[in-house]
Design a protein around this ligand. Structure first.
Ligand SMILES: NC(=O)C1=CN([C@@H]2O[C@H](COP(=O)(O)OP(=O)(O)OC[C@H]3O[C@@H](n4cnc5c(N)ncnc54)[C@H](OP(=O)(O)O)[C@@H]3O)[C@@H](O)[C@H]2O)C=CC1
Ligand SMILES: CC(C)(CO)C(=O)C(=O)O
Length: 324
């Protein structure tokens, strides 16, 4: 029987574990630090639009990982900056009956385009997922997911290209768990499409009027689209979806506030920044293809200074980004 090993007990990982627990899908949630200690001891406080539950989860510390079985599927729900260390740790663990974890399927949910190539150095079967889920982790032991009626939208395929039975089985389990899910053979195009949005995450870290923030967000998204096209990545467009997502929304009073996406959450918790893999990915592609990406570069540098100086969201005005 398939069992999912969910690595990283944050917004995406802990909510996935809560849904697997609720829907009878076998899993173990592996985390670190106070978050996993809290969840293992007290359960997860899981807030959804229809109510808050305290859920007991199969939760273990990464210091004592579960013995892996041949039917396990690993789901990596850490941020991109932690993918190298996490894949180095997991890949060479033994699997019961012989073999290494490196030959088990590994699902990468990270925003940006870097996680899959890092994983592919060690894992032979990588399944990339583009995850649109309004999830928040800012309080130890608590995760909020505001998507309604479904939790969020997951697009998944074999990396670098294609679909197979494992991809379809994962999609079926995610659908059972309450996500709107689609299997796509061209998954990198969907990850590129999502990156056009995630380069705007950085704008939420600076104090600004809503108009000033919206203006810079629109410009940095346009710049990212141009760079991704120039790099030949052909980002997908929403009309290519095989199902209608127009009814999906973030519920009012769900606890999810606009302007508090995953990067904002990291800074709010004083954790590390993923921006070098979001705006930094656009900067890298632009440099490889000899084109400019001044706005992503300026945002990346402004965020790096904020992180270096221990700044919190809103402690510095958006003017520090300059007028590139
Ligand atoms: N939050 C959201 O709404 C969304 C996030 N995403 C993407 O999904 C990915 C996960 O994001 P998110 O859930 O927000 O991240 P979080 O920071 O909320 O959670 C990641 C968790 O993984 C832990 N972790 C890091 N390294 C390891 C390790 N080696 N072993 C075990 N645990 C580890 C972190 O611990 P510590 O805190 O100690 O670092 C943290 O608790 C990111 O790439 C993000 O961009 C995509 C869509 C929405
Ligand atoms: C899905 C979305 C846009 C959540 O708001 C996200 O990717 C993030 O928080 O980084």
């Amino acid at each position: 029987m398939t069992r999912y090993i969910i690595i990283g007990a944050g917004a995406v990982g802990a909510s996935l574990a809560a849904e697997f627990e609720t829907h009878g899908i076998a899993y173990v949630l592996v985390g670190r630090g106070v978050q996993i200690d809290h969840i293992a001891r007290h359960g997860l406080t899981y807030r959804r639009p229809h109510g808050t539950r305290q859920i007991r989860l199969q939760a273990v510390n990464t210091a004592t990982p579960p013995v892996l079985k041949p039917d396990d599927i690993l789901v990596l729900t850490v941020k991109t900056q932690d993918v190298e260390a996490a894949t180095a740790f997991w890949a060479w663990l033994p699997v019961e009956g012989g073999g290494l974890a490196a030959d088990l399927p590994l699902v990468t949910v990270q925003n940006g385009l870097a996680a899959e190539d890092i994983a592919l150095r060690r894992f032979s079967r990588v399944y990339a997922a583009s995850v649109k889920i309004p999830a928040r982790y800012t309080v130890t032991g608590e995760v909020v997911v505001g998507g309604a009626p479904n939790l969020g939208i997951v697009t998944l395929g074999r990396y670098p290209h294609g679909l197979d039975d494992t991809a379809r089985d994962i999609v079926a389990d995610l659908t059972k768990a309450g996500y709107l899910t689609e299997a796509r053979a061209d998954i990198t195009r969907w990850k590129a499409e999502k990156l056009i949005h995630n380069v705007t995450n950085a704008t939420e870290l600076f104090a600004a009027t809503p108009d000033a923030r919206a203006a810079i967000a629109a410009r940095v998204a346009d710049e990212a689209r141009t760079v991704l096209h120039a790099a030949g990545l052909d980002p997908a467009v929403p009309s290519e979806r095989t199902f209608d997502i127009s009814g999906w929304h973030v519920a009012e009073d769900s606890g999810i506030e606009q302007g508090q996406q995953s990067t904002w959450q990291s800074f709010t918790r004083g954790s590390s920044s993923e921006v070098d893999y979001l705006n930094g990915e656009i900067v890298r592609l632009a440099r490889l293809h000899g084109i400019p990406a001044p706005l992503s570069e300026a945002l990346q540098q402004a965020v790096a200074r904020l992180a270096r100086d221990g700044g919190r969201p809103g402690s510095v005005g958006i003017e520090v980004v300059g007028e590139p």
